[in-house]
Design a protein around this ligand. Structure first.
Ligand code: 2M8
Length: 428
């Protein structure tokens, strides 16, 4: 275990005090049935943020946890797409907003892309903590619709693809550079709202990245977010290893919910889907060269050989074979455990300890990885991830991400999933 010296600092609040602060952050960010990630940077409901928030809330405010999941699921499009952002109420200070996206259904305004389906894992967690059968029965259909959408609209052989970097959640991951370089965004005019300070300007994605994010958005809007049209023309189609890891786990979690409701046939269907996706991932998304799972570019038909934390997360879905897990453990120790704080989101040549998803430690990827490592009985490694996460949160508070060398907090203050996962990690 790394000694960070954090516990010797007299200014660090006690765990009970930090827990109380975490609850205050979530209360302050709570809106009508959902919680925004950050009042300064992200003032709407976000898809996988709400899932992590529900996981943290389950042990302290079960009603709020159930509402978080159900409010999100109520934004599922008629075709089963669960959007990345839901614009339930007006708010200033975010780009792109509802006008730019021009997406949704009935009166529900949303973005036109999705995010990794952690919601199924959250729903199962909330159900297991609360034992509320009515909640379970209410979420089965929307979860089934959503996971079926991934299977129907976004996969051919079981592995799903994403069609926007924002859809992966790891927006400016260096893994997306290759696919983004391969298309010309043309002239795009827009005004960013995210660089709210000089410090943030150095940490957020670059203009080069934003030009491409906006061009992809405009293309989706131009075809009315028609999935079948985008399947042919979207220049960014990537089988993101993180999304697929979360998807396998989501299929297993939905199967568990069906089994508990007595629907064995549906449970078997989703267990089979998990097995199918797992098998293709072991084959196509494994890099022997890196000793790591990687994402796959469907447009260029080639693997994206980058060392990101996403490549470790398949443990969450029981994907690695025994031999793959041995290699993966070596990679984890040699490449991802050698800075002061685990786990940097990226360790390749373009590592930047302060820039967004290009190096900093994030709590949600740590939590997914820790859960997966426990599944493989890798207790020491899982304990290291948890201990480093708590050391950062204890020392810095609920920042959005953290420099893995110095431990300094970066990005937003009062960031909801950091607070929520602190609660989950410290629930007895
Ligand atoms: C970040 O992404 C949004 C776009 O979705 C942005 O930068 O504007 C990412 O960290 C993403 O994973 C997260 O869900 C979102 C809200 O916290 O912020």
């Amino acid at each position: 275990m790394t000694d960070h010296g954090d516990t010797e600092d007299a200014d660090v609040p006690s765990r009970a005090e930090r827990r109380a602060e975490a609850i205050d952050v979530l209360d302050a960010n709570r809106r009508d049935g959902y919680t925004i990630p950050s009042s300064t940077l992200y003032p709407f409901q976000w898809n996988w943020d709400s899932a992590f928030i529900a996981i943290g809330l389950a042990g302290v405010d079960p009603d709020a946890a159930k509402a978080e999941v159900e409010t999100l699921l109520s934004a599922t499009w008629p075709n089963g797409m669960l959007p990345q952002i839901v614009f339930w109420a007006d708010a200033e200070g975010y780009f792109p907003g509802p006008v730019e996206w021009d997406a949704g259904f009935d009166d529900v305004e949303t973005s036109g892309i999705s995010q990794p389906p952690v919601v199924a894992t959250a729903a199962r967690h909330v159900y297991e903590v609360t034992g509320d059968d009515d909640f379970r029965d209410r979420v089965l259909d929307p979860l089934d619709d959503h996971l079926s959408w991934w299977r129907r609209e976004r996969s051919t052989d079981g592995v799903v693809y994403t069609r926007h970097p924002w859809e992966t959640g790891m927006d400016d991951s260096p893994a997306w550079r290759g696919p983004l370089e391969r298309f010309d965004p043309g002239p795009v005019e827009y005004e960013r709202a995210d660089r709210k300070s000089a410090e943030l300007a150095d940490q957020r994605p670059t203009d080069w990245d934003y030009d491409r994010y906006v061009a992809l958005l405009q293309q989706g809007r131009a075809v009315g977010w028609d999935e079948s049209a985008l399947r042919d023309c979207c220049p960014f189609r990537v089988e993101d290893v993180l999304t697929n890891s979360v998807y396998v786990r989501a299929c297993e979690d939905l199967a568990a919910l069906y089994a508990s409701a007595g629907d064995d046939a549906a449970a078997a269907t989703w267990r089979d889907q998990a097995a199918t996706t797992r098998a293709v991932m072991r084959d196509r998304l494994w890099s022997d060269e890196l000793g790591l799972f990687v994402s796959y570019d469907r447009v260029a038909d080639e693997p994206l050989l980058e060392r990101t934390v996403a490549g470790l997360v398949p443990v969450l879905g029981g994907v690695p074979t025994t031999a793959q897990f041995e290699r993966l453990s070596e990679t984890l120790t040699a490449e991802f455990f050698d800075l002061a704080y685990a786990v940097p989101t990226y360790v390749g040549d373009d590592f930047d300890p302060d820039r967004y998803w290009r190096g900093p430690v994030w709590m949600n990827t740590n939590w997914l990885l820790e859960r997966g490592l426990r599944r493989y009985d890798a207790t020491d490694a899982a304990d290291r991830v948890r201990a480093d996460s708590l050391a950062l949160l204890d020392r810095e508070g609920f920042r959005e991400y953290f420099n893995p060398r110095s431990g300094e907090g970066r990005g937003s203050d009062d960031f909801a999933w950091s607070a929520a996962l602190y609660l989950e990690w410290t629930t007895a």
